[in-house]
Ligand binder design. Structure first.
Ligand code: KG4
Ligand code: ZN
Length: 428
């Protein structure tokens, strides 16, 4: 028998002991051969019912997802009891589809991993109670998952990324910048002080009535803004990026949203149209909004990179910025971040779009990471609860980390201003 030695990349003739060790890494079944750790991941924290089976090597053996976006678009936002009902109607089918596609039976799983925080209480509850039934029925270990940890670690499934790396998570419900030092070792560098960028884009899209636009009727707010922005001229409106003088890496979007709302109202008056009709300047507004959000996100991220580099918190020669979440699929925002990473000699990595948004694969993969690290694997699920609120303890905030040191996010004005100028010049 010949075995591929993964580190040396050559074939060698192994000892009998090595053969048993190697075979011990697999589960044998008639006609089936699995790498030995198989995790089922279940995600119901918001408006996607998703499940996947992933093996230890990061192979996605099967996945399924049911998105509620269309239903919530019609009601103008997520109504929690509606989301709960849709999760209830779909969870069994989605888990079954993921298992069938992977050709794995529940008894062959090494563990079941499920999002238990943060998210909508009613939605989290459906995933947790379904998972606990499976855990009980098949006597499997249970791995409770923090949704943000899962988003942050997804890149390690698709790319070879070592700790530490910087992560920017931007979606409808999240906005944070953190240094990822290990599977559950995060240093929080910045977060939104109010709403998330996706939430803001959704609100602006709703205010612009983009659902009535023939090209945008089935798109999420953020996607509709990106689509329309391509037809508009951002220079027709001038919105200032928020927090330009704040010496930290936090974000804010609700003030900007307020300014945009007022501008839309003024334009409606000028054009003599009622609220509920589409403005002729909607594409220009979309372009200016997208540009301002991109500049704000890029500038706060620039600060975080400079801070980490100055403190030696990232690899000197191979610093990595990972960007994920629904808003990360926006190509204009990615371009702004690319300008920042090029200017700071960092590598920018984004998971593919289907893994940027909520999915079951990231939960299963987080389960694999935790199994490998031996972290948070429960053999008794008594007392396990979901936690809707954003709880910080899993992430150490930078203020806590530096409690005995003077926290200095301030950089020379020149460095900071340069990136603004570069962004204004280079963003198309
Ligand atoms: O990660 P995600 O699927 O769900 C959570 O919010 O957790 O992200 C959805 C958010 C929505 O607010 C949506 O408007 C935004 O991501 N989004 C986008 C784009 N596609 C989705 N925002 C900007 N540009 C896009 N192309
Ligand atoms: Zn998410």
């Amino acid at each position: 028998m010949l075995i591929l030695n993964k580190t040396a990349g050559v074939f060698f003739k192994p000892s009998r002991r090595k053969i048993y060790e190697f075979l011990g890494g697999f589960h044998f079944h008639t006609g089936k051969l699995f790498l030995h750790k198989l995790v089922l991941g279940i995600e119901t924290s918001c408006d996607d019912t998703a499940a996947a089976v992933v093996d230890e090597a990061g192979n996605v053996l099967g996945e399924a997802i049911h998105s509620q976006t269309e239903v919530h678009l019609k009601t103008g936002g997520i109504i929690p009891p509606v989301a709960q009902q849709l999760h209830r109607e779909n969870i069994q089918r989605i888990v079954q589809e993921a298992l069938s596609a992977s050709d794995v039976s529940p008894s062959e799983l090494s563990a079941i991993a499920t999002t238990v925080k943060p998210g909508l209480a009613l939605s989290l509850g459906v995933g947790l109670s379904f998972s606990l039934q499976l855990v009980d029925q098949f006597k499997k270990p249970f791995i409770p998952i923090h949704h943000m940890e899962a988003h942050a670690l997804t890149i390690r499934l698709t790319n070879k990324v070592e700790f530490p790396f910087l992560v920017l998570l931007i979606s409808g419900g999240h906005c944070l910048l953190a240094l990822v030092r290990g599977v559950s070792d995060f240093l929080l560098l910045g977060k939104s002080l109010d709403i998330a960028p996706g939430d803001m884009l959704d609100k602006v899209a709703r205010r612009l009535c983009l659902i009535k636009h023939p090209e945008c009727s089935t798109m999420s707010g953020g996607k509709a803004i990106e689509h329309l922005a391509k037809q508009g001229n951002r220079l027709h409106f001038d919105f200032q990026p928020p927090m330009q003088r704040a010496k930290n890496c936090d974000f804010s979007f609700s003030g900007l949203q307020h300014v945009i709302d007022k501008m839309i109202m003024q334009k409606e008056k000028e054009e003599g149209i009622e609220q509920g009709q589409i403005l002729s300047s909607a594409a220009d507004i979309a372009a200016a909004v997208q540009h301002t959000v991109a500049c704000h996100v890029a500038k706060r991220t620039h600060r975080a990179i400079l801070f980490c580099k100055q403190r030696g918190l990232l690899h000197q020669s191979n610093a990595v910025l990972v960007v994920s979440g629904g808003v990360a699929s926006n190509l204009y925002i990615r371009k702004a971040l690319e300008i920042v990473t090029n200017a700071t000699q960092c590598t920018l990595l984004c998971p593919p779009p289907r893994l940027c948004t909520d999915n079951g694969v990231m939960i299963a993969w987080n389960g694999v990471e935790r199994l490998r690290a031996g972290l948070g694997i429960l053999h008794n699920t008594e007392g396990i609860r979901y936690e809707p609120k954003y709880v910080v303890p899993f992430i150490i905030s930078v203020q806590l980390y530096h409690k005995n040191q003077s926290l200095n996010f301030a950089f020379t004005v020149k460095v900071f201003i340069d990136i603004l100028v570069v962004l204004e010049e280079r963003l198309y």
